[in-house]
Design a protein around this ligand. Structure first.
Ligand code: NAD
Length: 485
């Protein structure tokens, strides 16, 4: 079947707005709207619709109506639709990148481009994956098979740090497995998601992907709704707990991708100089607003002083500024709520007299939410800056001598999202990695993701996984069937 033939060639969308929701194939506004800000300037850039409860119900009803027909298509037909969607997104790539920088703040020439290109690639590649039935037993008399059937309607709720990537990470596996979706982006960054919803309406059958916008209440209306069969949530641990509690009313399936406080351990005698750019990007990329950012960097005593000096020198050359400026390395903090949390964390570092090797002072007179790259030199292991997830461009370097101590410290947290271990003795580093309690541990590399690589948190960093075969399976029920031959 040539799905392309069914698709309108007109995928034009207006990036100047108005920004509208996608409900049952229709583009709709709302009586109430809320302001969306550019975090680099503090200016209002657009208004987004504040969905009413009736509109959320309508979106869920539309997804429910569309689901049987969508599930009845062959896997190949759904794959062709998703490929066409990836093509349509690709045609609007440049506008989406600009919109992402304008509402989220990340640099257009680097992070924003990477996020949007990667997200489109994700849709295209997931479209090629298929969950096959598994044969568990096959004897001359009897056969047992396991199939993976769609769950129905999925509610997707996303945060503001990677709205396009994290949104499309949910859309592609949800749709390919035969489910339909109602998505709600963060109220801080709704615009890009509303636009990718609008583009979807030109390509996908009505009701398959619905996008609504609003605040936290709209999220709760989705999680408690009886006709939603699964929630795919990415956000903070605190909200994740509320989502799980609310989902329990109808025993919805939940996938929770939550917060982290990822440690990186530099082993003795690590040849660290070539690693500095990767370590810097892993800690400060997206201005530290990254669930899997390095948030605690444990450096062995044998290299601590030299590392600190060289790392600070490297970081000193980086430019914090408006993401539309090609010279900018790090953009602003995305919103005033997070900026306020960072003001509080910086005040705590100052009040406790921890040594600051770089940065340390936030200039509150600027109109944008700019926070300087800040490196804290060996604060106590029980300090807030080591124990909490700051979600900003501030990193503690912690000196260590005893391996058992550093492993215990790395694990001394309710989080367990990811970690990395770096060192010249690879086997030793792998041994340490095996003892870190986290969903992903990288050795001598970091932030490698892939369509076929499952990703998820241990402990209070989450439940379930995204990506990989396991990630696809989380959008399905396991159905066992058997018969006598
Ligand atoms: P948040 O939890 O405040 O909000 C996330 C989303 O949940 C938003 O869309 C929000 O409107 C919605 N929401 C809020 N209250 C709700 C409720 N009661 N019911 C339903 N929905 C509700 O998170 P945030 O501040 O947007 O994002 C930052 C957090 O996300 C950080 O902790 C970060 O580590 C985490 N994160 C995790 C991953 C991961 O993959 N593990 C990825 C990115 C971000």
């Amino acid at each position: 079947m040539n799905v392309k033939a069914n698709i309108s060639s007109d995928t034009k969308v207006d990036y100047n707005g108005p920004y509208v929701m996608s409900i049952g194939g229709r583009l709709v506004g709302a009586n109430q709207t809320f302001d969306v800000y550019n975090p680099a300037t503090g200016e209002v850039i657009a208004n987004a619709p504040e969905a009413t409860r009736e509109q959320v119900d309508e979106a869920i009803a539309a997804a429910k109506d569309a689901q049987p027909g969508w599930a009845a298509l062959s896997w190949e037909e759904r794959s062709a639709y998703l490929t066409a969607y990836a093509d349509a997104l690709d045609a609007h790539k440049e506008e989406i990148i600009t919109l992402l920088t304008t509402e989220q703040g990340k640099p257009r020439h680097s992070m924003a481009t990477v996020e949007v290109e990667y997200a489109i690639y994700w849709v295209r590649e997931v479209a090629k994956r298929k969950l096959e039935d598994e044969v568990i037993e096959d004897t001359p008399e009897h056969i047992v098979k396991v199939a993976h059937t769609p769950l129905g309607v999925v509610g997707a709720i996303t945060p503001w740090n990677f709205p396009i990537l994290l949104g499309l990470w949910k859309v592609a596996p949800c749709l390919i497995t035969g489910n339909t979706m109602v998505m709600k982006p963060s109220p801080y960054t709704p615009l890009g998601t509303l636009k990718f919803g609008e583009i979807a309406q030109k390509v996908l059958p009505a009701g398959v992907l619905n996008v609504i916008s609003g605040g936290n209440a709209q999220g709760a209306w989705i999680t408690e709704h009886k006709d939603v069969n699964k929630i795919s949530f990415t956000g903070s641990t605190a909200t994740g707990k509320k989502v799980m509690a609310s989902s329990s009313g109808t025993l919805k399936r939940v996938t929770l991708e939550l917060g982290g406080n990822d440690p990186a351990i530099l082993m003795p005698d690590t040849d660290y100089k070539p690693l500095i750019p990767s370590l810097f990007d892993a800690a400060f990329g997206n201005s530290g607003q990254w669930c899997i950012a390095i948030k605690r960097l444990y450096v062995h005593d044998s290299i601590y002083d030299d590392f600190l000096k060289d790392f600070v020198a490297y970081a000193s050359d980086k430019v914090v500024g408006n993401g539309m400026d090609p010279n900018t390395d790090l953009g602003p903090i995305q919103n005033k709520m997070q900026y306020g949390k960072l003001l509080d964390m910086f005040a705590d570092v100052k009040a406790n007299g921890y040594k600051i090797a770089l940065g340390g002072e936030i200039d509150e007179s600027l109109s944008g939410n700019f926070v300087p790259i800040t490196i804290v030199d060996n604060p106590p292991r029980d300090s807030r800056i080591v124990r909490e997830e700051p979600f900003g461009p501030i990193l503690p370097l912690v000196r260590w001598t005893d391996l058992e101590d550093v492993i215990a410290d790395a694990n001394n947290t309710d989080f367990g999202l990811a970690a990395s271990v770096w060192g010249p003795d690879r086997d030793k580093a792998i041994e340490v990695a095996n003892r870190i309690e986290a969903g992903t541990v990288w050795v001598n590399e970091i932030h490698i993701h892939g369509i076929d690589i499952p990703f998820g948190g241990h402990k209070q960093s989450g439940m379930g996984v995204e990506n990989g075969k396991e990630g696809l399976q989380e959008f399905t029920n396991t159905k066992t069937y058997m018969f006598k031959k």
